[in-house]
Design a protein around this ligand. Structure first.
Ligand code: S3P
Length: 170
């Protein structure tokens, strides 16, 4: 496994553990990590919730696609994505062009348990966040399914175990 041979993109719903697993995977295999949320945050100089509030979700989605286009050039490493990256077919094609796509999946209730502990997710700032969560989950699962080369269950909550599974695949 040499950097430059390929890239691994981590996709999945909020709370799937993409950032934590991306960090662990990068540490274990020595590939650089490109976290789209982190990079967009740096680009705007404000938090993701503030980007949504001040610039709107469409500006955030544009930034995601623009970033993937820059990453595509000479990409090597682990691409950690935001949960909504699969909403645009173009994004999925860009990720495919970089390498293999790994879907970190878990049961909806497990994801909600993790996510509801932190209230900063902009898409959940609604009167009924649990219902919104369920709706987004239902709409997105088929998109993750069709984008993914591999699906890994993260119900166990073990970052190390999930990372082991990814390493076994590559
Ligand atoms: C989003 C998920 C977030 C972040 C933004 C939008 C989404 O990332 O990109 O708030 O549409 O599901 P996480 O998946 O890391 O929570």
């Amino acid at each position: 496994m040499n950097p430059g041979d390929n890239a691994i993109a981590l996709i999945g719903f909020m709370g799937a553990g993409k950032s934590a697993v991306g960090r662990e995977l990068s540490r274990r295999i020595g590939w650089p990590r490109h976290d789209t949320d982190e990079m967009i945050r740096e680009q705007f100089g404000i938090s993701i919730p503030d980007i949504f509030t001040r610039h709107g979700e469409p500006a955030f989605r544009e930034a995601e696609t623009a970033l993937l286009k820059t990453l595509r050039r000479g990409i090597a490493g682990i691409v950690v994505t935001g949960g909504g990256i699969i909403l645009r077919t173009e994004n999925v094609q860009l990720l495919r062009g970089m390498g293999r796509i790994v879907w970190l999946d878990a049961e909806e209730g497990v994801l909600w348990q993790r996510v509801s502990k932190h209230s900063t997710r902009p898409l959940l700032q609604t009167p009924d966040p649990r219902a919104r969560f369920a709706e987004l989950f239902r709409d997105r699962v088929p998109l993750y399914q069709s984008a993914a080369d591999y699906r890994i269950n993260t119900n166990s909550n073990s970052i190390v175990k999930v990372t082991d599974e990814i390493i076994a695949l590559i």
